[in-house]
Design a protein around this ligand. Structure first.
Ligand code: C5P
Length: 229
C-alpha cells in the first residue's frame, strides 16, 4: 500500500473497529452504532480517506461482521478483528507494507484529517522517533490511590497527558514491539513500543477527539456533529 504523492510520507492506516462496546449497551458493536445518521466508523473512515498523507486504510471489523462494513473507495480493505485490540491490529497490520502505520479507534469519530496529517508528519520529520500519538492535557487534579481508596499521592498534572488515537509508528518498530510483548491486553499501541525502548512523541489534540464510551458520550458527539458544516 503506497501513498498518493511521492513527496508525502509512505503511510497507511488501520481503523480499529472490532470492539464489542459493552459499556455503550447498544446491543451491537460500537463501531456500527448510529451516530448523526450513519454508523459510527464511517465518520473516522471519511477523515482517514481525506487525509493527504494516508495512502490506504485497513478496517478491523467486528468478528463475523466484515460484510457490514462499506469501504467507500478502492484504497480501503476490511479484515476481521480479533478478541483483543492487539489481535485486531495484528490482523490489519498483515496488509500494511508502508513505512509508517497509523492506528485510529473507530470510537473517536470526531477526529479530523488534519490531526492524522499532523501526527504522521511528526514521525516522518524526526528519524529518532519510533512513533507519535495524539494526546491532550489533563484539567483535573489527579490522585494516586491505594486499594482501600485512600490517597497515596497527588501527581503533578502539568507532566500528564491523556493518550488518544491517532497513534503513528514506524511499521517495523510496531511489529517488533507486538512480537516481544506477546499476547496481552494492551490498551494502546504506544505502551508496547515504549516497553520495547522506542521513543514516542505526543502531538497536542483538542478536547473534541474524545472516545465514545457511554450513551452520554454518544449524545455529546451527535450534538457536536450537528454544529459542523
Ligand atoms: O474498548 P475500547 O473503547 O477501549 O476500544 C477502543 C477501540 O479499539 C475501539 O474503536 C474498538 O472497536 C477497538 N477494538 C478492536 N478490537 C478489539 C477491541 C477493541 O478493534 N478486540
Amino acid at each position: 500500500m503506497r501513498c498518493r504523492k511521492q513527496q508525502l510520507p509512505d503511510a497507511s492506516a488501520i481503523l480499529a473497529a472490532a470492539g464489542s462496546g459493552e459499556r455503550l449497551g447498544a446491543g451491537e458493536p460500537k463501531a456500527l452504532v448510529e451516530l448523526a445518521g450513519r454508523p459510527m466508523y464511517e465518520w473516522s473512515l471519511d477523515a482517514l480517506q481525506g487525509a493527504e498523507s494516508i495512502g490506504g486504510v485497513v478496517i478491523a471489523a467486528p468478528p463475523g461482521m466484515a460484510d457490514q462494513i462499506l469501504v467507500g473507495d478502492e484504497r480501503t480493505r476490511v479484515v476481521e478483528g480479533g478478541g483483543t485490540r492487539t489481535e485486531s491490529v495484528l490482523n490489519a497490520l498483515a496488509l500494511c507494507e508502508s513505512e509508517l502505520v497509523l492506528i485510529h479507534d473507530a470510537a473517536r469519530p470526531l477526529v479530523t484529517s488534519a490531526l492524522f496529517d499532523q501526527v504522521i508528519e511528526r514521525v516522518a520529520s524526526d528519524s529518532s522517533l519510533a512513533g507519535a500519538i495524539a494526546a491532550s492535557a489533563i484539567h483535573d487534579t489527579v490522585k494516586q490511590v491505594s486499594d482501600d481508596g485512600l490517597i497515596a499521592a497527588t501527581i503533578d498534572r502539568s507532566t500528564l497527558r491523556a493518550a488518544e488515537t491517532p497513534q503513528v509508528f514506524r511499521t517495523a518498530a510496531l511489529r517488533e514491539a507486538i512480537e516481544s510483548a506477546g499476547a496481552g491486553e494492551a490498551t494502546d499501541e504506544a505502551m508496547l513500543v515504549e516497553a520495547a525502548g522506542g521513543s514516542v512523541a505526543t502531538v497536542e489534540s483538542d478536547q473534541e477527539n474524545f472516545k465514545v464510551t457511554t450513551p452520554a458520550d454518544l449524545e455529546r458527539a451527535a450534538a457536536i456533529f450537528a454544529t459542523r458544516p
